[in-house]
Each structure stands twice: as structure tokens, then as C-alpha cells.
Design a protein around this ligand. Structure first.
Ligand code: NAI
Ligand code: MG
Length: 376
């Protein structure tokens, strides 16, 4: 029996192409693993009215972790139109299968490294090395939203909050509400993940990125928990605090000053896109979605319909996802060697995709990195 069992979900569009690229490199690495492939994405929404079929969930449960490509999603009305005729008008509604996966497996930590590799012409600066820990299951993306606003919620809010008075006369269909839900446990576990990483990787500081002066209860809770945890459990790591708006400015001004960032779901989403662009953009950005037992690794980009079928996009984001997966599986030497092979490809700057000004195809870049891996 193989040492690892890895579920692979290529998904839609260029998701299939970058996963093919990842497989070229995984074969060269000769990881002792069994790969099982599953269905996810738009095709299964159209055919089965479910972009994340039950059989895929069952398959994922049998694996140690999952490597995911990318999916396509479309707005509500378009989604319904593209369902097979016999499935239309039956009340099916589309949901994002990647958000579904994060929630089903309670993948509460979204870890996104943003490191500038030498020689990448797209680097904003060459000395950036930031890792973002984004809470992945709560906050403003909890999915608890209302429009129109139900009467019982409106009256409960009117009863409990003086500031609701100004909305008293707004009709139910002229007001919408999204809930920003933070739990103490949810804050603690993402903060600890960030500090544990700082300790393990010898990082000097953790910066908590929130907005506690305005969002006093939710962001306030996160910052208060961060202070307590730092003081009681990680006194050797510095805790810095920054407001999300100022942080966006600081990250453009002095990104080299930051090391580990921890933030709630939406603010983490925002800063991780910003940081991704500082080191080359979507062709380079990868993420790990992690619980205490399970993990899903992915490039941050989507299915890029503009380029689908052309084998044109950069596979490096997905190869970084593979590297994160190898680390998580405890295959540290293979992970380090893969990082070195990716860095060599970037530094040499010969075999490169269009985003780097090159003409090489997705699989050619993967083959070049596999070749470099072999030589290390
Ligand atoms: P996208 O990330 O698919 O692509 C936007 C643009 O970024 C592309 O047109 C291309 O210019 C560039 N790009 C993306 N990946 C690249 C790569 N590997 N190398 C070089 N350049 C790359 O975002 P878009 O166009 O907004 O969304 C397309 C579809 O993907 C939508 O249906 C959207 O819902 C979905 N999506 C899925 C995600 C996921 O699966 N996690 C994440 C983001 C979007
Ligand atoms: Mg995003």
C-alpha cells in the first residue's frame, strides 16, 4: 500500500491543465502515493445540479488530503439557465464547491505564502517573504445573510440596539444584512496556528490585521485574544497590530517589514490578494486550507476561461500548492527540493509562460521544473 493517499480534483478550465502539470512534477518526485481523481465543478452542476457530488465527499474522506485545481462559477440566473433542461425549475441553487469543501471539512486555516523569488521580473521588491493566516470558516463569509430583512430579525435588532433606530422605517426589501460572526474558539485557533508557524519557522513577529477601533466587538475580540495568547503562550514572538486599511498602505510601502499576518476571513482574503500581486500575481499564488485533520491545497486563481484549452497559464501557483502539500505530508526534503527547482526555473527565466513575457506552455514549464528537481 502506498504511504499517502491523495485525492485530486482538477475541476474546470485551466484547473485541469495546471493539475496535469502538477502530475508531471509529482511523477518526477516519485512520491510514494496513490492518486484518486474526483468530480467537482461546473460540469457537475450542469449535469447533476450539484457541483460537489456526494461521491466526491466520500472519496475525499478516504484520502489523507486533497489537491484541487480550479472551478468555474457563474451568477444566479446564468447558473439556472445552464442546468440540463430536466433539472431546471426544480429549485436547485448553485453554491461554491470550494467554500463547501472548506465548511464540510472545517478547514479553518487558509495559509497563503507570498515570497519573492530572485529573478522574477514581476516582483514588487525582491525581499518580500510574508505568510498570511486567514480564518476560513467564520466572519463576514459565514454565509448568514438576509434580503429582504425578516420582520423578526428587524424587531430583535430594534429592541437590542439604539443605532438601529435610523433604519426603523426602511422597508424590508430595501435593506440587506450580512452577519460578521466571530467565536472565541474560531479566533484562538487561527491565532495559535499563526504563532505556531512563527515559532517553527523562526519568524520574528505576527501581525494581527483587523479594525478594532470601528468593529469593536468582532475585530476587538480577535485582537484581545491575540494579545492574551501572545502573552501567555508565545512571549518570544512579537505581536504587532495593524488596521486593515492602514495595512494595505504599509504593504505597498514597506512589505519587507512584515512576516506572518493573521486575519479574519474577509480581511485575510483582501490582504492575501494584495500580497499575491507583490510577488508575481495569480500565476504564483497558492494556498493551503487546513483543519487539525485534513487539508486541501490549491492555486488561488480560478478557471481562467479566456485561456482554457490553450495550455498557456503559469503552473507555478499549483506547484507551490504541491510543495505545501508535501510539507503537510511530512515530506520535507521533497518539499525543499521542489521549492529549489521552482526557484531555479524563475531565476534562469528561460522556460516561462506569458505572464512572465515568455512563450512556453504550461506543461513545458512543469517539465523544466521536473528536470531541475531531478538534478538537485
Ligand atoms: P481567474 O483567476 O480564473 O483568472 C483571471 C485572470 O488571471 C486570467 O484571465 C489570467 O489573465 C490570469 N491568470 C489566472 N490564473 C493564471 C495563471 N495560472 N497564470 C497566469 N495568469 C493567470 O479569475 P476570473 O477570470 O475572475 O474567474 C474565472 C472563473 O473562475 C469564474 O467562474 C470564477 O468564479 C472562478 N474562480 C474560481 C476560483 C477557485 O476555483 N478557487 C477562484 C477565483 C475564481
Ligand atoms: Mg480571493
Amino acid at each position: 500500500m502506498a504511504r499517502h493517499k491523495i485525492a485530486v480534483l482538477p475541476g474546470d478550465g485551466v484547473g485541469k491543465e495546471v493539475i496535469e502539470a502538477a502530475k508531471i512534477v509529482l511523477d518526477e518526485i516519485a512520491l510514494d502515493a496513490e492518486y484518486i481523481y474526483g468530480d467537482i465543478g461546473w460540469e457537475f452542476w450542469c449535469k447533476e445540479a450539484n457541483p460537489l457530488p456526494e461521491r466526491t465527499i466520500e472519496m475525499l474522506k478516504k484520502a489523507d488530503c486533497c489537491l484541487f485545481g480550479a472551478i468555474t462559477s457563474k451568477p444566479k440566473q446564468e447558473s439556472e439557465k445552464e442546468l440540463m433542461p430536466e433539472l431546471q425549475g426544480k429549485g436547485h441553487s448553485y453554491y461554491s464547491p470550494i467554500v463547501g469543501l472548506r465548511q464540510f471539512f472545517n478547514l479553518y486555516a487558509n495559509i497563503r505564502p507570498a515570497k519573492a523569488y530572485p529573478g522574477n521580473p514581476l516582483n514588487y521588491r525582491d525581499d518580500i517573504d510574508i505568510v498570511i493566516f486567514r480564518e476560513n470558516t467564520e466572519g463576514l463569509y459565514s454565509g448568514v445573510e438576509f434580503h429582504p430583512l425578516p420582520e423578526e430579525i428587524k424587531s430583535a435588532l430594534l429592541k437590542h440596539h439604539i443605532k438601529m433606530k435610523k433604519f426603523q422605517d426602511v422597508p424590508a426589501d430595501k435593506i440587506a444584512l450580512s452577519c460578521r460572526i466571530f467565536t472565541v474558539e474560531g479566533c484562538k485557533r487561527i491565532i495559535r496556528k499563526a504563532f505556531d508557524y512563527a515559532i517553527k519557522m523562526n519568524r520574528p513577529s505576527v501581525t494581527v490585521v483587523e479594525k478594532p477601533n470601528v468593529l469593536r466587538e468582532t475585530s476587538g475580540l480577535m485582537v484581545r485574544e491575540a494579545r492574551k495568547i501572545q502573552k501567555d503562550e508565545y512571549p518570544d514572538i512579537e505581536l504587532w497590530e495593524a488596521n486593515i486599511d492602514a495595512m494595505c498602505m504599509w504593504l505597498v510601502k514597506n512589505p519587507q517589514n512584515y512576516s506572518v499576518l493573521v486575519s479574519s476571513n474577509m480581511f485575510g482574503d483582501i490582504v492575501s490578494d494584495l500580497c499575491g500581486q507583490l510577488v508575481g500575481g495569480l500565476g504564483f499564488a497558492a494556498g493551503a486550507n487546513i483543519s487539525d485533520e485534513y487539508a486541501v491545497f490549491e492555486p488561488v486563481h480560478g478557471s481562467a476561461p479566456k485561456y482554457t484549452g490553450q495550455y498557456k497559464v503559469n503552473p507555478i501557483a499549483t506547484l507551490h500548492a504541491v510543495r505545501l502539500m508535501l510539507e503537510w505530508l511530512g515530506e520535507n526534503e521533497k518539499a525543499e527540493n521542489l521549492e529549489e527547482a521552482i526557484a531555479l526555473n524563475i531565476k534562469e527565466g528561460k522556460v516561462k509562460t506569458y505572464d512572465l513575457g515568455g512563450i512556453s506552455k504550461t506543461l513545458e514549464v512543469a517539465e523544466d521544473i521536473a528536470k531541475k528537481y531531478k538534478k538537485i
